[in-house]
Design a protein around this ligand. Structure first.
Ligand code: SAH
Length: 295
C-alpha cells in the first residue's frame, strides 16, 4: 500500500507568488458563492480576494461555506467598481461562459495559467468573475486584456461561480508544478519597462477619446464601436509605461496644435482617408504657391 503523501510547500507552488494574483468577484448576489470561492482559492494556494459591490457581505453564509478559508474572506478588499479593483494591475483576465459580439483575445484555462505565471512577477494580475445571473457586462469585459472560457458542454455551458474560480485556480497550481523545474524566462523579464497599469490605460483612453472628438474623427453621438476597438487594439499590444508616455505626449501636442491653429479648415466629419489626403494636398499646394510668391 502506498503511503498517502502531502506535498511540501516547495513542491506545491514553487513558481507562484500569490500576493501578485487577485481573484475579483463582481457584484456577487449569493454570499455562499463568495465563501465557496474563497475556499477554492485557498485550496489552490491563492489568497487575494477582491469583492466589487457584493450584495451581501460580510455574511454568515459566506463564512460557513469558506470552511478553512475564513482568513481569505477576512482579508478580502471590498470596492465599489471594477476600475477600482484592477487599478494597479498590468494584466487583467475576464472569465466568461459565452463569447460576445465583439470578439476579444481568448485563452483557455491552460494558456491563461501559462500567461499568469509568466507575467505575475512583474505585473499584478487580476482574474475577474461575473454575476451569477448575467456574468460580466460588455464594459467590464472590455477592461480586460484577455477573456478565458472553460470549455463546457453546450447543453449546460455555465459553471457555478465558485466552480469557475476552482477550475481557473486549479489550472494555475497545476501549471506551477509542471513548470517548476524549467521555469521559462517570462517575456517581461528582459523587457526594459513595466507594462502600463489599468489606471494609466484608463487615463490614456479618456485622453485618446477627447482628441479623437476634437479632431472630428470620433462622433460621440454615433460612436459605433470605435472606443471598444481601440481598447481591443491597445489591449492586444499591452504597451509599457514609456510607450504610454510617448503616446500621451503625441496626444497633448495634437491638442496644443488644435488650440493654436490659425487656419480653421477642418476635415469634414466622416471623411475618407482619400478625401483627407486630397484636402491636405490642396492646402500644401497653396502653401508652396504662397512661399514661391514670397521669393
Ligand atoms: N449567465 C451568465 C453565467 C454567469 S456564471 C452568463 O451567461 O454569462 C457566473 C460567472 O462564473 C461568470 O460570470 C464567469 O465569471 C464564471 N463562469 C461560468 N461559466 C464559465 C465558463 N464556462 N468559463 C469561464 N467562466 C465561467
Amino acid at each position: 500500500m502506498t503511503e498517502e503523501k502531502k506535498l511540501t510547500a516547495r513542491e506545491w507552488m514553487p513558481a507562484i507568488d500569490p500576493s501578485q494574483i487577485a481573484i475579483v468577484l463582481v457584484n456577487t448576489s449569493h454570499p455562499g458563492n463568495i465563501g465557496a470561492a474563497a475556499r477554492a482559492m485557498k485550496n489552490m494556494g491563492l489568497n487575494q480576494l477582491i469583492l466589487v459591490d457584493p450584495e451581501d457581505f460580510p455574511s454568515g453564509a459566506a463564512t460557513a461555506r469558506a470552511a478553512w478559508a475564513v482568513d481569505v474572506l477576512e482579508n478580502a478588499r471590498v470596492v465599489s467598481t471594477l476600475e477600482e479593483a484592477v487599478a494597479d494591475c498590468g494584466l487583467i483576465i475576464g472569465t466568461s461562459a459565452r463569447s460576445r459580439k465583439l470578439p476579444w483575445p481568448m485563452l483557455d484555462p491552460e494558456s491563461c495559467a501559462e500567461r499568469v505565471l509568466g507575467e505575475h512577477k512583474t505585473n499584478k494580475v487580476a482574474i475577474v468573475f461575473g454575476r451569477e445571473d448575467s456574468g460580466l457586462n460588455n464594459e467590464e469585459l472590455q477592461l480586460c486584456h484577455y477573456h478565458v472560457q472553460v470549455p463546457t458542454s453546450p447543453e449546460c455551458p455555465s459553471l457555478n461561480l465558485s466552480a469557475a474560480v476552482m477550475v481557473i485556480s486549479y489550472e494555475l497550481s497545476r501549471r506551477a508544478r509542471f513548470v517548476a523545474d524549467a521555469v521559462k524566462a517570462p517575456e517581461d523579464e528582459f523587457w526594459d519597462q513595466e507594462r502600463a497599469t489599468a489606471e494609466e490605460n484608463e487615463r490614456f483612453f479618456t485622453h485618446l477619446e477627447r482628441v479623437m472628438i476634437a479632431i472630428r474623427f470620433h462622433d460621440p453621438d454615433n460612436p459605433r464601436q470605435l472606443m471598444q476597438r481601440m481598447r481591443r487594439l491597445f489591449g492586444r499590444i499591452r504597451i509599457d509605461v514609456m510607450e504610454m508616455n510617448i503616446l500621451r505626449g503625441v496626444l497633448s501636442n495634437i491638442e496644443w496644435h488644435i488650440k493654436h491653429r490659425d487656419e480653421r479648415r477642418e476635415p469634414p466629419r466622416g471623411a475618407s482617408i482619400e478625401e483627407i489626403e486630397e484636402a491636405l494636398d490642396d492646402s500644401l499646394d497653396h502653401g508652396s504657391e504662397a512661399s514661391a510668391d514670397q521669393q
